[in-house]
Design a binder for this molecule. Structure first.
Ligand code: UD2
Ligand code: MN
Length: 272
């Protein structure tokens, strides 16, 4: 039991923190359901350098003991590392075009996730998580994270007045002053395949319709995701244990860092 953190939202969705759940009990419940979880990760251009650590640590910590299908999207097919996955876990590589703008690479993930679900996942995968590649797992990420629509609270932003939502009303990602529940990160989200399909499709359409009018939201698809989550409340919220940042000192309420962004030199790895 945790009394030092908020563990439920005003719309009664759990906020998942270490110490709020029984992992053996949860695993036994989902084992009986015989679930399959998909995970997407994009490694375009120089971001391929993060893929090996991501996959090796994911195999160890991400839904260990469950069936997981990893989908890697890259433009560097022959640089994909050989990683041996545990039994029942698969790795599929898909080719994607490169871009000379990182903003576009990041935002286009929504379109590719939408299509992956439509073409491949619908009907045979239960849940999906979409994750940034420039990160590693350090602790358990498992069945406690499952829900219809799942968002992760951004680790760096706990001050409401500084939430970097898109503030221009002309954008379809607009969040008005006083609106917004949490600031969620673009680097990790998920849920039931059908719900994530709806999210990806909506964010993709809104991003593209904005682009036609010459607008790009402040934080690309992350801004659209935040707008979506304000309108369509997540049924489960994951604490910043589920996406920390290596450069940040651990806050006392974070008892366990499960997944964390590595320190990177943006100028060296991004195309622009
Ligand atoms: C931790 C977190 O929530 N990060 C979000 C944040 O910045 P970040 O600084 O974390 O963005 P980023 O540079 O990691 O890009 C997001 C992701 O796009 C992919 N990528 C990007 C550039 C590239 O050249 N090649 C490539 O493969 C890769 O999977 C990467 O992890 O804001 C971005 C939107 O602007 C995204 O919403 C990120 O998910
Ligand atoms: Mn990132």
């Amino acid at each position: 039991l945790r009394t030092d953190v908020v563990t439920v939202t005003p719309w009664l969705a759990p906020v998942v923190w270490e110490g709020t759940f029984n992992e053996l009990l949860l695993d036994s419940i989902y084992k009986k359901k015989n679930i399959t979880v998909a995970a997407t990760v994009f490694a375009v251009g120089k971001y391929i350098m993060f893929l090996k650590d991501f996959l090796e640590t994911a195999d160890k910590h991400f839904f260990a003991g469950f069936r997981v299908d990893f989908y890697v999207f890259t433009d560097r097919l022959n640089e994909v590392p050989k990683v041996n996955m545990a039994a029942g876990r698969t790795l599929t590589v898909r080719s994607v075009p490169s871009s000379n703008r990182w903003q576009e690479i990041s935002a286009r993930r929504m379109e590719l996730i939408q299509k992956l679900i439509e073409e491949t996942l619908q009907n045979h995968v239960d849940y999906i998580f979409c994750l940034d590649v420039d990160s590693k797992f350090h602790g358990r990420w498992g069945t406690e994270s499952l829900g219809g629509l799942v968002a992760v609270i951004h680790p760096g932003l706990d001050n409401r007045s500084r939430f970097p939502y898109e503030r221009r009303p002309a954008s379809r990602a607009y969040v008005a002053p006083g609106e917004g529940d949490f600031y969620y990160c673009g680097g990790a989200f998920g849920g039931l395949v059908q719900e994530v399909h709806q999210l990806a499709k909506t964010c993709r359409n809104n991003f593209e319709d904005d682009a036609k009018e010459g607008i790009e939201a402040a934080w690309q698809e992350e801004s659209h995701l935040n707008r979506y989550m304000w309108i369509n409340k997540p049924s489960k919220v994951l604490s910043p244990e589920y996406l920390w940042q290596d450069f940040k000192q651990r806050n006392p309420e974070v008892l366990l860092i499960r997944f964390s962004g590595v320190i990177k030199n943006y100028a060296n790895i991004r195309p622009n």
